[in-house]
Design a protein around this ligand. Structure first.
Ligand SMILES: [Zn+2]
Length: 426
């Protein structure tokens, strides 16, 4: 039976970075009709009531109804080590990340953390994530099992590393290929799940492993490929030292078949001109992880240039190098990072990045990240006056976006009133 939900409905009619914030529309008294997991009609609440008189109705009043948040770069195995103190990237990996990832050889522990991770992300209104697992195939099974149980559209892959990691966290070029292929065949395209080919980053893979994964990607072009790129300056120097023939960091991927459309490059802060040119030429996606970049001290992503060059840019938490599970907090951090570069991102642009922008980065914008007929019904209902601090700040709002911005800057899971996954309440 059709279900009608009423509230302030947000939808996108273009790219706010290209066409301006007015292409992001808020229908004050809007309605969305959902049936069979999809959105089948949208319009004013009154029009929807007339068109679907038999639909069950839930009225969310002044709450904002948005596409669910999409987080295209996370490490679900780092859930338990989020907000660990005092390290930069390489130290962070050795001190906190690798010992924790070691524990995912145990399928029970992997299942426990995967369940906890999705509980946390759903509580924060995030309906799709793209995650790194660990080197253990069990960690991928745990992630997809939990995502499937919840009916989520979800992306993940086995993280591959065959050097510069503890012995218990290394595979080989051959096992990385074989395990990834087996997991891909098991999960890719099953229900709403997608497998992602996942070399962690050049410093932890030999050229042989990168080539093996490049070959796997060439054989499976419907898969995305995710990795890290140019996060910290000492990491870039390390990558160049390990690959003395590479022209730059990106070339360590390019030379092994790991640059292309469907490539998701996390961070991409300190890019050289050739790297930007090549990323643009192939139509790759970048993922901006602002809480992580501040927390680990990586640097300030150049949103303005990357968007102006036509790159697909998603916005992500990078849990647990990032310091929050909340895409609201992540939008706030993106605003702050841009401010430090002298650019004030519009609230419409921030919201778009956390939904449609991230869907575009995942090349799934025709399925998720917007409210329109035929889209999958993954939605978040947001209270725009969820705390006293936010409510009093919205009282003076003289525009729709000024009534949304305090929730972006100060909101958290208390603002999330309901989440719909494929039309069902989560
Ligand atoms: Zn990461």
């Amino acid at each position: 039976m059709a279900e009608l939900i009423l509230g302030q409905v947000l939808s996108y009619h273009g790219d706010p970075f290209v066409e301006g914030p007015e292409v992001v529309r808020l229908e004050r008294n809007g309605g969305i009709v959902m049936l069979g997991g999809q959105i089948v009609a949208t319009g004013t609440g009154d029009a929807m009531r007339k068109a679907y008189p038999a639909a069950t109705v839930t009225d969310y009043g002044n709450h904002l109804i948005s596409p669910g948040f999409i987080d295209p770069h996370v490490h679900y195995p780092q859930t338990a080590i989020i907000a660990s103190w005092g390290k930069r990237l390489i130290d962070w990996l050795n001190t906190y990340t690798f010992p924790e990832e070691m524990r995912f050889a145990d399928p029970e522990y992997a299942a426990e953390i995967a369940a906890r991770y999705f509980d946390l992300t759903l509580a924060n209104g995030t309906t799709t994530v793209c995650s790194y697992a660990t080197i253990h195939p069990e960690s991928v099974d745990a992630f997809f099992t939990q995502a499937q149980k919840r009916g989520l559209r979800a992306f993940a892959g086995k993280t591959c590393m065959d050097r510069n990691a503890p012995p218990g966290l290394q595979d080989t070029a051959k096992t990385a290929y074989d395990d990834s292929k087996r997991l891909l065949e098991k999960w890719h395209g099953v229900d709403r799940l997608s497998y992602v080919i996942t070399p962690r980053f050049s410093p932890t893979s030999t050229p042989e492993q990168l080539s093996a994964l490049g070959a796997l990607w060439a054989e499976n072009q419907s898969c995305l490929m995710q990795t890290h790129l140019s996060e910290q300056t000492d990491e870039i120097a390390w990558a160049k030292a390990l690959f003395p023939n590479a022209r730059d960091y990106l070339d360590t991927y390019e030379a092994h078949g790991l640059l292309g459309m469907g490539g998701l490059y996390g961070h991409a802060i300190h890019l050289e001109p050739r790297e930007v040119d090549r990323l643009v030429e192939v139509g790759a996606s970048l993922v901006h992880c602002p809480t992580s970049n501040s927390f680990i001290g990586s640097g300030l992503f150049d949103m303005q240039t990357m968007v102006a060059r036509g790159l697909r840019v998603g916005l992500a938490t990078d849990t647990g190098g990032g310091s929050s599970f909340s895409m609201l907090r992540t939008m706030a951090a993106a605003y702050e990072v841009a401010q430090l570069r002298g650019v004030s991102l519009h609230p419409a642009q921030l919201w778009w990045l956390a939904t449609q922008g991230s869907a575009r980065a995942l090349r799934s914008e025709h399925k998720i990240g917007n409210i329109a007929n035929g889209m999958e019904a993954d939605l978040v209902v947001v209270d725009l006056a969820s705390t006293l601090a936010i409510e009093q700040a919205t009282r003076r709002a003289d525009s729709i976006w000024q009534s949304v911005f305090p929730t972006i800057m100060m909101g958290d899971d208390r603002a999330i009133k309901a989440v719909y996954i494929g039309g069902n309440l989560a």
